[in-house]
Design a protein around this ligand. Structure first.
Ligand code: 5GP
Length: 178
């Protein structure tokens, strides 16, 4: 399938499942050779569910744990404006070595909020692993420790990533056709 249609938009193949496998091997080996002790992986749902599952099968660091969160944003009742909250965190992360698993980092706004919220919890260390990274769109200074693939500033779907909630099940990654 070189082209697919989702909600009347056409997408063309961009990263095949074979290439995704190579990216996974590469990123897993970088994480495995890092000196991170007893890591607690935190997968950011929904988009990272396939990446997190495939990545974890390749992690060989002893005592690795995984947990799943969602980031929720809502309007606060006070003048502070938007309030961000981590949903689903049912584990004490104080003093832990965290590795955040993201599907894609675009502007970095989401990542910045996640990092802020975890730092308030008193973590020991925090590393970031992302499958895809849009370097041209990134506006933050937070270092991304493990990057699967740097991609142009184009909208992509598949392998966990959606277009208006569909397309997450696709084994390949597709980009919007111009
Ligand atoms: P950021 O906060 O870095 O601008 O965006 C992060 C979030 O936006 C990602 O976790 C993802 O949900 C969504 N996003 C950004 N770029 C894309 C893209 O190309 N495709 C899809 N499906 N989602 C994206």
């Amino acid at each position: 399938m070189n082209e697919i249609t989702l909600h009347n938009k056409t997408f063309e193949i961009f990263i095949s499942d074979q290439e995704i496998k190579k990216i996974l091997d590469d990123i897993a080996s970088k994480i495995n050779t890092s000196e991170i002790k007893n890591p607690l992986f935190i997968a950011v749902l929904n988009g990272s569910f396939l990446f997190a599952a495939d990545l974890m099968r390749k992690i060989t660091i002893p005592n690795s744990e995984i947990s799943f969160i969602k980031l929720a944003s809502y309007e606060g009742t006070e003048s502070t404006g938007k309030v961000n909250e981590l949903i689903g965190l049912n584990q004490d992360v104080k003093g832990r070595n965290l590795i955040i698993i993201e599907d894609i980092v675009d502007t970095g706004n989401t990542l910045e909020k996640i990092v802020e919220l975890f730092n308030e919890e008193g973590v020991q260390s925090l590393k970031i692993a992302t499958l895809l990274y849009k370097e041209e769109a990134y506006t933050k200074n937070i270092v991304i420790d493990f990057i699967g693939k740097n991609i142009p500033n184009k909208f992509v779907v598949g392998y966990g990533l959606d277009y208006d909630e569909i397309g997450r099940n696709l084994p390949n990654i597709y980009k919007l056709k111009n």
